[in-house]
Design a protein around this ligand. Structure first.
Ligand code: PMP
Length: 345
């Protein structure tokens, strides 16, 4: 890996972060708070939340096996994705490389930040080659985006190729593990110490059943995480989100049983979906959704909408011609989908 200083934008490297009122008295017990121009009324929402989310990170740390200093919390992992651009990529100078197709926000954030986004097509099995991604890089490539299991294809990326890429690329490699709880492959969190150029993204929006609270996680070296903390808005995770997150973290075993149920339902639904007349192929999946090639994705999508059932039409996405992306729902929701599609002509 290049020196972090060479990879980080010069203005960010030298950035003096905003110091919030609550940062300054750390270490002292206090009961009178006249420092932050808050209201004395409407407790507890009158007070700014903990800018570094210390209690929450203390709960996440043992569950993920990662020290609190290696954790950034964002307003969804989408905030982490945007911050990655703002830390590493100088607009209209630097570029990033990503697999294609993949999660759409990597490109949207590149466009918002005026950063060139280079796509490298996956092969017919939706796998990538480290060499081909590296060929797309030049000296201005700061970041490579991988997503495993990948959205919208559903499959895990080849672990050997991921390892080769992280070990060879001199810049930052992002591995988005939003769906890794549904996969039997090992998370890369255990390898964080070996790879100073690795950032792993995870989220509370999928397995943890908490998309509404908007909470995402980035795991990386303490040095990278300290730069995330400089760039983020001071109070990016609101009090209600921190409270709800602590609550769901204390129900870790419920989450494990939800994941088990979703994985069981995934086999049942794929089995039934594959037998439908309109289904051409269901692609292998390691996520809480599957991609299926159907006779006519746009027609079937509209038919389902008319029946009050929403799936994702991925017809216009590269390599996903006539494909629908279907989330694994409850048994009742999955049955409604199959019942509706079995009447489709
Ligand atoms: N990464 C991937 C691969 C996703 O599919 C999604 C959401 N669909 C996200 C990140 C965003 O997650 P969050 O809700 O934490 O912003």
């Amino acid at each position: 890996m290049k020196d972090l200083k060479e990879l980080v934008r010069p203005n960010i490297w030298s950035l003096k972060p905003y110091s919030s009122a609550r940062d300054e008295y750390k270490g002292f017990e206090a009961s009178v708070f006249l420092d932050a121009n808050e209201s004395p009324f409407n407790n507890p929402n009158n007070r700014y939340p903990d800018p570094l989310q210390i209690d929450l990170k203390k709960m996440i740390s043992p569950i993920k096996g990662v020290p609190a200093d290696n954790i950034f919390l964002g307003n969804g992992s989408d905030e982490a994705i945007d911050i990655i651009y703002r830390i590493f990529c100088t607009p209209s100078v630097d570029n990033v490389v990503a697999i294609e197709p993949t999660y759409g926000m990597y490109k949207v954030c590149a466009d918002v930040n005026d950063v060139e986004y280079r796509k490298v097509l996956l092969d017919d099995s939706f796998q990538f080659s480290a060499d081909r991604l590296l060929e797309a890089c030049d000296e201005k490539t700061k970041v490579i985006f991988l997503c495993s299991p990948n959205n919208p294809t559903g499959n895990d990326l080849d672990a050997k190729e991921i390892k080769k890429l992280i070990e060879t690329f001199q810049g930052i490699v992002i591995v988005d593990e939003a769906y890794s709880d549904f996969s039997s492959s090992e998370s890369l969190l255990k390898k964080l110490d070996n790879y100073p150029n690795l950032i792993v993204l995870q989220t509370f929006s999928k397995a943890w059943g908490s998309a509404a609270i908007r909470l995402g996680m980035a795991f990386a070296s303490a040095e990278i995480i300290s730069i995330f903390s400089k760039v983020k808005y001071p109070y990016n995770i609101n009090r209600l989100t921190q409270k709800e997150a602590r609550e769901i973290l204390s129900r870790n075993s419920d989450v494990e049983s939800w994941v088990k149920t979703i994985i069981e339902e995934r086999s049942v639904l794929i089995d039934k979906f594959s037998k439908l007349d309109c289904c051409i192929k269901v692609y292998p999946t390691d996520a809480n959704f599957f991609l299926a090639k159907v006779s006519n994705a746009t027609k079937i999508y509209s038919y389902l909408v008319n029946n009050g059932i929403i799936v994702r039409n991925r017809n216009n996405i590269t390599l996903c011609n006539d494909c629908l992306r279907v989330t694994i729902g409850s048994r009742q929701e999955n049955d409604a989908l199959i019942e509706s599609l079995s009447k489709y002509k």
